[in-house]
Design a binder for this molecule. Sequence first.
Ligand code: MSP
Length: 506
Amino acid sequence: MSDGKRFYITTAIDYANGAPHMGHAIEKIGADAMARYHRLRGEDVHFLMGMDEHGLKVLQSAHAAGVSPQAWVDDIAQQFTHVWDRLGISHDDFVRTTQARHRPAVEAMIRRIADAEDLYVGRYEGWYCVGCEAFKRDDELVRVDGVDAPRCPVHPKREVSWTEEENWFFRLSAYQDRLLELLNERPGFIQPEARLNEIRNVIEGGLEDISVSRSRLPWGIPWPGDEQHTVYVWLDALTNYLSAIGFPDERYRDHWPADVHVVGKDITRFHCIYWPAFLMSADIELPQSVWAHGFVTIGGGKMSKSEGVHVELNEAIDRHGPDALRYFLLREIPWNSDGEFSYDRFDERYASELADNFGNLASRSISMIERYRAGLVPAGEPTRLDEEIVGALLRYRAAMDGQMLHQGLAVALMLSSSANQYVDARAPWTQAKDPALAAELDTTLAALARCVAALGTLLQPFMPGKMAEVADRLGLERIAPLDEVATLDMTGRRVHRGEILFPKVR
Ligand code: MSP
């Protein structure tokens, strides 16, 4: 175990109402790249993911499939974990809200919130969107041509249901001032900034108390002390960040507070308003930050089966392998905003950036060391390429420390292009013909070995499988951690070329 700083990172837990899709995948891949980057910094990372398995939406899917809700969520959870495995996601724990360890944490949260006198019984009358699992005010709904009842703009194909029931309410309105204070004192709590401004507007617009139980919903955690009610699925789900690390047992403090909750921009209200308010009420420290990434679209629209064009995630992984998909999604779609997935762009970037640029650099550097120096990296003087490595490293760290994963990748790719230009400018094949240029050739080959190794580190959070292969081909036991990149010495390493890293023919 490392003695580095602790870093607790979580993703949203996905609803178990259907198969995993590209939208779920980009979030887990981005969070995985962040977790792996922090490991490369020498930190003691705890990376949590999981499934959100209660609530009406999941229950309805199970009913539609004609199986029991438990059998349904077990099957869906398996589909998700299978695909996370394929994609090389390195989570340390996987929590499911139907697990035995989860319920006591939810019950403890509710007890603490009750002790703070923030709960009361009231009557709810209004619309409920099962897609969002959220109550909606009239001004949050839209009219759709030809349909009488209003619709939720996020799920226009679903009906919203008129709901009248007795519920437990949480005094969210009492937290308006404290939430605004939080955003003023800790503007980094919500990132990127566009999302902070949205949430500030919502809070300034006024917060109403929220219903935190559903009446007689047969799939969920019974409300402690009032079996007529079931805990509202968002209060249940948000608590996963605590239940998974042992709450209410004091050992949860080994990881808490979380450094970052990685979530999509559609669920910031739950993470940046409800969650901190629940925690304040329960007298539990707040997480350090929430990172709200954007949306990936396909054919301009959402990708759920019911509401848009669908690309099968497993097929996209098969196309050029898991690392290529990880690379493409984080390169094409800015981590702080939205972007579009298409197979054309995927094929293009795969060929030009992975095969022709980095793949070619690694392969020709290693083959020349094999051909001209019998596979042993020679000693060589520092070069201008080494200066570029140091510059790239600084820019990469700045990008990655600010969660700008797409910029971190752009820096790595630029360094790879520079190294290819360096090869062309130095023309080692010409140096090899003249014995008087042997020292020059050593310098070229040594610099290239250092650069490929450095790129191995910079690209490792994005393509862990391929970079493990690169390390092996360079004769390294492992990819170098970040603080060793600027001073790498590859002298004497035995390299071997291996298979083509990014083959072009599918
Ligand atoms: N179960 C809730 C989260 C509870 S967290 C305590 C939920 N589930 S979800 O399955 O609908 O979405 C899971 C995550 O995937 C969310 O962060 C959501 O924003 C993200 N994405 C779903 N579709 C997406 C895209 N098309 N693009 C990027 N991310 C998207 O919300």
